[in-house]
Design a protein around this ligand. Structure first.
Ligand code: NAD
Length: 428
């Protein structure tokens, strides 16, 4: 018997609330207006080129069959094959996936890697499934989107609640129908099946590189700087490690349970040991507890939001005291907050630049897969640094030229590249 999945796993409907897609279009529109972008090109870029919705049955361990829904959105491929993660979450909607695919187009263009923007997701609570159920769901979903993905068409990667194991299942499923280099169909794979050294730490490393580059342009001395990090997960913890190496002092960190503050600084190793033991950074000995809201408003030089979207809003933007915000998370700052921060001379390195280290190293993984030649961690790190430093310089130049905030500068730079490619290919 076929059952539909319970309501809480269904697609939520938001009425009258600004969605992530609205936010993505609003950010695009700001840059498009400044560029006086041809309205016909605007029309094309506001929407993904293709969105595939799939409804597929998965057999549970107890024999029931549940129906799940998933999506793959392909926003633009003028610069190269679509690239972007696949997330598993109960709140995944077609609208969210569309927004994320558009952000990927700009992120890849900013990084200067030859990819377009894609994103996918399955509306599911993965924590409610056993490993065997997750494997069946992953294999069936990937097989259903296989006709539009491929090493030269669309290359997925991990995202929220998907990981190297999920990518290994995807790749293996794909290998059943395509024998020519199936490793290159997804990135973020385990090392043993074509993953890249340096991929785990890449997003945090990229955040740290963007902090260093911003400090250089702003003439900030990192050795005298303090930093707070919201979200001590993959992105936030690696950012801690690498920012600490620049000489800056991390004074506050947090996770979903709350935050820890110590004026004299928090060393990466000590936070890591404590988090490994207790599962949280909260109550680290010798620290003062702070809430996630308080952490954002602390008197520090650098703020790294590395957890959730929409945490810096019109309500708290005026209370941000950091001079530099580097967005590890995707979409942590609302458009209204961007205006307030710009007026207050707070430099915000936008997500599409600051956290592009992840997709840039995914690109390096794909290149290694295609040539069947694997690089050392040093080689990967060196290439990542080159990509990020160049991207930062280009975005900074565009930002100065138009006298805008860095997000708008990054959008102008990215949209310019995508539209140039569209024109020269004869699409417009
Ligand atoms: P993760 O799951 O490893 O870590 C997320 C962290 O945020 C965890 O420590 C969690 O406890 C914390 N958190 C959850 N809810 C919170 C809350 N309400 N307040 C404070 N902290 C909270 O995830 P991640 O991969 O580090 O991703 C974090 C952000 O970075 C996301 O926005 C993601 O899209 C973005 N990002 C990650 C990558 C990557 O390669 N990991 C690449 C690009 C962008």
């Amino acid at each position: 018997m076929l059952e539909t999945i319970s309501k809480h796993e269904g697609t939520p409907v938001s009425v009258g609330i600004k969605t992530q897609y609205d936010m993505a279009v609003e950010q695009f529109q700001r840059a498009a207006d400044i560029m006086k972008l041809d309205p016909n090109i605007q029309e094309i870029l506001r929407k993904p080129r293709r969105i595939l919705t799939v409804n597929f049955p998965v057999r549970m361990d107890d024999g029931r069959i549940l129906l799940y829904q998933g999506f793959r959105s392909q926003h633009n491929n003028a610069l190269g094959p679509y690239k972007g993660g696949i997330r598993y979450h109960p709140n995944v909607t077609i609208d969210e996936v569309m927004a994320l695919s558009m952000w990927m187009t700009w992120k890849c263009a900013v990084a200067g890697i030859p990819f377009g923007g894609g994103k996918g997701g399955v509306t599911v609570n993965p924590k409610s499934l056993s490993k065997t159920e997750l494997e069946r769901l992953s294999r069936t979903f990937f097989s259903m989107i296989s006709e539009i993905v491929g090493p030269f068409r669309d290359i997925p990667a991990p995202d929220v609640y998907t990981d190297g194991q999920t990518m290994a299942w995807f790749m293996d499923e794909y290998s059943k129908r395509e024998h020519l280099n199936p490793f290159a169909v997804v990135t973020g794979k385990p090392l043993i099946v074509g993953g890249s050294l340096g991929r785990d730490s890449a997003t945090g490393r990229g955040v740290s590189i963007s902090v260093e580059e911003a400090a250089r342009h702003l003439k900030m001395n990192l050795k005298n700087s303090t930093c707070a990090i919201q979200g001590w997960g993959n992105c936030g913890s690696w950012a801690h490690k690498f920012i600490e190496e620049t000489g800056a002092k991390i004074v506050a960190v947090s996770d979903s349970k709350g935050g820890a503050y110590r004026q004299s600084g928090l060393k990466y190793n000590e936070v890591n040991d404590f988090k490994q033991k207790t599962g949280s950074v909260l109550n680290l000995p010798g620290t003062q507890a702070v809430t996630n809201e308080e952490l954002l408003e602390m008197d520090v030089d650098i703020l790294i939001p590395a957890a959730l979207e929409d945490v810096i809003t019109a309500d708290n933007a005026k209370k941000i005291r950091a001079k530099l915000v580097a967005e590890g998370a995707n979409g942590p700052t609302a458009p209204e907050a961007d205006d307030i921060l710009f007026r207050n001379k707070v430099t915000v390195v936008p997500d599409i630049l600051a956290n592009s280290g992840g997709v840039s190293t995914s690109y390096l993984e794909w290149v290694q897969n295609l040539q069947h030649l694997y690089w050392s961690a040093e080689e990967v790190d060196h290439r990542l640094k080159t990509i990020m430093v160049n991207a930062f310089a280009e975005v900074w130049k565009t930002t100065q030229k138009h006298n805008v905030d860095m997000r708008t500068g990054a959008y102008i730079y990215a949209i310019g590249k995508v539209t140039d490619a569209m024109k020269i290919r004869g699409w417009v």
